[in-house]
Design a protein around this ligand. Structure first.
Ligand code: ZN
Length: 122
């Protein structure tokens, strides 16, 4: 059962692991208005523009937060090895994968914390 679940999580990206593919660049942001986490996927082959003066790659991405529908504008600069060298954002803030994961993971309710036997006083 655990294996099947792992496969589903890998395919649909709903689990705890960070889903990546070789051509994808993943950025995680948080809406500046409502704080909702948003994941951005960019494609190395199609979404990056090369700055011929510096040799850097530039990604312009506009995303709409699915919770309050605010548009968030991001600009990320990469070096030739796709390493992020500069990031600008308007309407939100960049967060790490760990923060994104925390924000998207529902807080587990400890419903069974009272499962101990009732006191034996009769
Ligand atoms: Zn929002």
């Amino acid at each position: 059962m655990g294996f099947l679940r792992k496969v589903i999580e890998t395919v649909f990206g709903s689990g705890g692991g960070e889903v990546r593919d070789p051509d994808g660049i993943y950025l995680y942001i948080k809406c500046g208005r409502c704080g909702a986490p948003v994941r951005i996927r960019a494609d190395k082959r199609h979404d990056l523009q090369r700055d011929y003066d510096s040799g850097e790659l530039v990604l312009h991405k506009e995303v709409m937060d699915g919770s309050c529908f605010k548009m968030i504008h991001t600009t990320t600069r990469f070096d030739a090895r796709y390493k992020i060298i500069d990031q600008k954002i308007d309407g939100g803030e960049f967060i790490s994968w760990e923060e994104y994961k925390q924000l998207t993971t529902p807080i587990k309710e400890s419903q069974d914390k009272e499962k101990g036997a009732p006191s034996g006083i009769s």
